[in-house]
Design a protein. Structure first.
Length: 591
């Protein structure tokens, strides 16, 4: 979704500018500070910021902090960090829904005076009963036609803290027979005795998301409000709120919806992610297996790779399920260009070069990147004892195997051609050492190095000078078996936000919908967790990998791209495998 590639949203904006509907473009990214952002948020985030860039406009960052029970400054700061990591800045300014609480209250009182809102006393169960269903109209609350003077008095007493939570709500008076359940007198204010992290105890009534959100957009002069398709049903209410407050708002934003991002083997529900953290299934919100942006950053993903991924999937109104492999491909392509190369062995088996002189060590020069000589070189040592990957030796090779086995020659990366002569085993039959003979005439960089062999080129590390490392290998958190792999459980609770949650703020709607069927869905979700999502290995690597701060990435030759983890110490560097390479022969051998 680069700024020179069109899509249906940008086509619509072009038409709006051409028609004179708007003179300048002003967008906003409106996260709720009630959790960590995940990969599912990136489509909206990137669309909001790129649209402003493309049309020479501005993009605001506005935190929709309408539910103090769930919000925290930790989430605010992390969201800011994620946005900067993706390469964006809020050129239009930083705002909060709580900035507009006074204006929301003023509008609410105005609606009451004009007969557009009333204080309702139905219980939650009664409100559900009166609302009707998707196929049957609702019926009016008995409090719907109370005099506006009475509603205004009750509303002011709600603000003064005279009533218990849940006893009264302020509802918009729209149409209980509307085919759109969202328009059936939705709640605009509820009583909530929670201290707000910004406004303290000033308020004990808080505006609903569907009320505060369009007011915030209009007050900030937003021209286009982009959001995912689940908000399409809310658009008539969005427009109604702005229209009925026209004399108090400076702008008329246009809402445009697009298909949300759904991915295979990935969960994109804050509730489910919270269950993983609180249940101890992962180490925290930044566990590299999590789909949160902070976790992806720790794993070694780059902001540019995420942007490339969103660009490739494009913008449409048709729901689809994106294969997780596409994201990995984008990450791999980005890291291939920027990552220096080094050798590491995670399943070590010792190789002894029987004709190499005892105690003799040779220094070899290795390139840091085969396609970028400007990245320089580094040196490694070579001696009598080495480590190679255990899967690079088979005592009895399978058909097509070109690595090390008795009688076969292989090339050691940047060094020599060696011939395998045999191996040694312990009492249980485990291979403890492989014996080889060096062909000294084939040293890398000499004429003999061009000698053709049938064997493969293997990576290695010098046993005497290598450093111990911990490698953490990750697979998707969710299994993918058969038809189940095609099921979209990216956000199962959102699919049930229908008439039973239509008048709740987004965060409460999620909870309300989950309460209806979550026991079954949560159990199903936990059942689908991949028990092999993390494998911790201890191996050896070139000394150069100790260099660099956490976040430094390397390509460990023939293994994958790895990122230095904050858990690293001087004695034991820890590396997260960000993404693997395309070499899949090891899996073929295991089969």
């Amino acid at each position: 979704m680069e700024t020179d590639r069109s899509n249906f949203i940008w086509d619509a904006i072009e038409q709006d500018l051409s028609d004179g509907r708007y003179q300048e473009i002003h967008t906003r990214f409106p996260p709720e500070p009630n959790g960590y952002m995940h990969i599912g948020h990136c489509k909206a985030l990137i669309m909001d910021f790129l649209t402003a860039e493309k049309f020479g406009g501005k993009c605001n960052l506005r935190f929709d902090d309408t539910n103090p029970a769930k919000e925290d400054t930790e989430y605010v700061e992390n969201i800011k960090k994620d946005i900067h990591w993706l390469g964006f800045h809020w050129t239009g300014g930083e705002f909060y829904a709580s900035d507009y609480y006074d204006k929301c209250y003023e509008i609410a009182e105005d609606w009451i005076r004009r007969g557009l809102a009333y204080v309702d006393e139905l219980s939650k169960d009664e409100m559900r009963e009166y609302r009707g269903t998707l196929t049957e109209p609702g019926k009016n609350s008995p409090w719907r036609d109370r005099p506006w003077e009475e509603s205004l008095d009750l509303f002011r007493r709600m603000r003064a803290g005279e009533f218990p939570e849940g006893s009264k709500t302020l509802r918009a008076k729209i149409d209980m027979a509307s085919p759109n359940v969202v328009m059936r007198d939705p709640a605009m204010y509820r009583i909530l005795y929670k201290e707000h992290w910004r406004t303290g105890n000033k308020w004990c009534i808080y505006p609903m998301y569907d009320f505060a959100h369009p007011i915030g957009d209009a007050l900030e002069g937003i021209s286009h409000s982009m959001c995912s398709l689940e908000y399409e049903i809310h658009r008539p209410l969005y427009d109604w709120v702005v229209e009925k407050s026209a004399n108090m708002l400076p702008a008329r934003p246009r809402q445009i919806e697009f298909a949300r991002l759904n991915m295979t083997q990935t969960v994109m529900s804050k509730r489910y992610l919270r269950a993983l953290v609180e249940g101890g299934y992962v180490r925290g919100w930044d566990d590299p297996r999590m789909p949160t942006l902070t976790a992806m950053r720790r794993r070694g993903y780059t902001g540019q790779a995420i942007r490339d991924f969103v660009d490739r999937i494009g913008m449409s109104k048709a729901d689809s399920l994106v294969d997780f492999a596409l994201l990995e491909s984008c990450v791999r392509a980005d890291l291939d260009e920027r990552s220096a190369r080094a050798m590491a062995v995670l399943h070590p088996v010792k190789v002894i070069l029987t004709n190499w002189p005892e105690g003799e060590v040779k220094t070899l020069t290795m390139e840091n990147h085969p396609k970028h000589p400007e990245m320089g070189t580094h040196t490694v040592t070579f001696g009598r004892e080495l480590y190679i990957e255990a899967e690079d030796f088979l005592e009895e090779p399978v058909k097509g195997y070109k690595r090390m086995y008795p009688g076969n020659e292989v090339r050691l990366k940047g060094a020599y051609i060696v011939r395998c002569d045999g191996c040694e085993k312990d009492a249980e039959g485990n291979i403890t050492a492989v014996y080889c003979t060096v062909d000294f005439s084939t040293e890398s960089g000499t004429p003999g190095a061009d000698r053709k062999i049938k064997g493969a080129t293997l990576h290695w590390v010098h046993a005497a000078d290598s450093v111990a490392i911990e490698g953490r290998l990750y697979e998707p958190l969710l299994t993918a078996d058969g038809a189940e792999a095609k099921e979209d459980i990216a956000a199962p609770e959102e699919a049930e936000i229908t008439e039973e949650a239509a008048d709740l703020p987004e965060e409460e709607a999620e909870e309300a919908a989950v309460e209806n069927s979550t026991d079954r869905k949560l159990k199903e979700f936990i059942r689908r967790l991949n028990p092999h999502s993390l494998e911790v290995l201890h191996g050896w690597a070139e000394p150069c990998v100790k260099e660099g701060d956490p976040g430094t990435t390397w390509q460990f030759m023939r293994i994958g791209y790895f990122c230095k983890d904050p858990d690293s110490t001087d004695q034991l560097p820890v590396f997260n495998r960000t993404v693997g390479l395309r070499d899949t022969f090891a899996k073929q051998v295991k089969k």
